[in-house]
Design a protein around this ligand. Structure first.
Ligand SMILES: N[C@@H](CCC(=O)N[C@@H](CS)C(=O)NCC(=O)O)C(=O)O
Length: 239
């Protein structure tokens, strides 16, 4: 790859936001270098490339940084228009996918709240997550799965919502072990459960998700030190 098409991803191994970008690059077949950042000791490059939020992921393309995971996904789709297209061509459908991508982000925030909740709050927080997942199921059914959720999803057909789901539920699957609650419950959200299962069967997804035991250990450590899992609301972020 020539210097003129150099892609570098600055990330952190357990970050769901980073994972969705990593997955998008792999699905599109874009070669990239990866730089692991220590978020407790941010590198001068991280601060230079993302002086506003000082967060990862950051995609650096030919020396130019792009920040914010959803913005990065769209940038990738526009810059490398090969299949799969993450967003549909038709503008109304694009708007709908963007809407539900933002909604999945909100679900992710609710799941983070669940991890942060104390024993008394957990039941209510979990019910809220399941309710939001039901809303998501209803919303994406016609758009994404007019014929129902298939057992098998091809990686050449993955879209933006798949990337969001993998990152959201993949990383947080380990939270079931920490919070002692079932976030993706086949009894409560059968379509979401099937969707995630189908995504997990893809080798590209398997190789992107952090190792389960490592993630569980990391989340346990964070819980011990009273760390609040970041949400897209800056109030709850690592700072
Ligand atoms: N809205 C951002 C959120 C990114 C984010 O919260 N990244 C976390 C890692 S999971 C981070 O870099 N935290 C560092 C900090 O908050 O200082 C996105 O979608 O990219």
């Amino acid at each position: 790859m020539g210097e003129e098409s150099k892609v570098v991803l600055h990330g952190m191994w357990s970050s769901a936001y980073v994972k969705r970008v990593e997955l998008a690059l792999k699905i599109k077949g874009i070669p990239f270098d990866y730089v692991e950042e220590d978020l407790r000791n941010k590198s001068p490059l991280l601060l230079k490339y993302n002086p506003v939020h000082k967060k990862v992921p950051i995609l650096v393309h030919n020396g130019k940084p792009v920040c914010e995971s959803l913005v990065i996904l769209e940038y990738i789709d526009e810059t490398w228009p090969n299949e799969p297209q993450f967003l549909p061509k038709e503008s109304y459908l694009r708007a709908k996918v963007r809407f539900w991508a933002a909604y999945i982000q909100q679900v992710q925030d609710s799941i983070a709240q669940l991890f942060n909740a104390n024993k008394e709050e957990v039941g209510k927080a979990l019910a809220e997550v399941h309710e939001k997942l039901r809303t998501l199921e209803d919303g994406v059914k016609d758009l994404y799965f007019p014929e129902g959720i298939p057992d098998h999803i091809q990686s050449e057909k993955l879209g933006m919502l798949d990337a969001m789901m993998v990152a959201l539920l993949g990383a947080f699957k380990a939270q079931d072990d920490i919070s002692g609650v079932k976030i993706i419950d086949p009894a409560k959200n059968p379509p979401v459960f099937s969707w995630v299962q189908a995504l997990y069967r893809l080798p590209v997804v398997k190789e992107t998700i952090p190792p389960h035991d490592k993630l569980v250990g990391f989340l346990q450590y964070l819980k011990q030190i009273g760390f609040k899992v970041p949400t897209s609301n800056p109030v709850h972020s690592l700072n």
